[in-house]
Design a protein around this ligand. Structure first.
Ligand code: ATP
Ligand code: MG
Length: 216
């Protein structure tokens, strides 16, 4: 089953970032996007995940055709219930502690918190700590745990393990991959990490304003 389709996507800020981008993502598929810094990987993820209307082209997500013709409420619904967005900014509530952050997420998404995930991410002991007392890597793992416990159908991840040492990064990626398999979800990840890209089903390189599939 196709969960996401992009047709002839084009984006410009001051100048053209990319054009003619076509992408089809199936259930259980893990897609990596690679390319040098500034090539437009984050822009693609933003275009695909409801956050940034492309200059041209269409994005279909699940049963929703051409999502940027929908109203804000419908986009919010898709974002809240169908998508998991793991971006460089963490979206944690800084005035609250870890347990409260998790509770808020589970109220919003109507899903129970997955405590096993916290154990596996080695942050279960931080429940009473305030966000400001966590290390960058602990915050990153907490925000990933929060996203997975929402049970999203499609996960968008922008350098999700950027703050982590390579052992922790690989453990976290294994959890995300396992989630995708178990829940019949899909993953689109922008990464500079060759090993992580290699663990995906398909790898696309963004270069010269075009997205092309490559083999690593
Ligand atoms: N909001 C914006 N307004 C204007 N230009 C932008 C904006 N966001 C990104 N850009 C520009 O678009 C280009 C692509 O940026 P993008 O963040 O998508 O690259 P990237 O491949 O994700 O890079 P990195 O690997 O460093 O994260 C860059 O030249 C950047 O300066
Ligand atoms: Mg980026």
């Amino acid at each position: 089953m196709i969960v996401l389709r992009a047709k002839n996507l084009c984006h410009s800020f001051d100048s053209l970032i990319y054009e003619g981008l076509d992408l089809v993502v199936n259930e259980r598929e893990k897609i990596a996007i690679v390319g040098v810094s500034g090539s437009g990987k984050s822009t693609i993820l933003n275009n695909l995940c409801t956050m940034l209307p492309p200059t041209n082209g269409e994005v279909d997500i699940l049963q929703f055709q051409n999502i940027y013709t929908l109203n804000n409420q419908e986009l919010l619904y898709i974002r809240r219930y169908e998508l998991g967005i793991i971006f460089q900014a963490h979206y944690l509530f800084r005035g609250f502690n870890v347990a409260e952050n998790l509770e808020l997420a589970s109220i919003v998404s109507n899903q129970p918190m997955d405590m096993e995930l916290l154990e596996r991410f080695e942050i279960a002991h931080t429940l009473k700590q305030h966000i400001g007392e966590l290390s960058g890597g602990q915050q990153q793992r907490l925000s990933i745990a929060r996203v997975l416990s929402k049970k999203p159908k499609i996960i968008f991840a922008d350098e999700p393990t950027g703050n982590l040492d390579s052992r922790t990064a690989h453990k976290v990626m294994e959890c995300i991959f396992e989630y995708v398999e178990k829940q019949n979800a899909a993953l689109i990840i922008a990464t500079h990490d060759r090993q992580i890209a290699q663990m995906c089903d398909k790898v696309f390189m963004l270069k010269d304003q075009r997205l092309r599939e490559i083999s690593l």
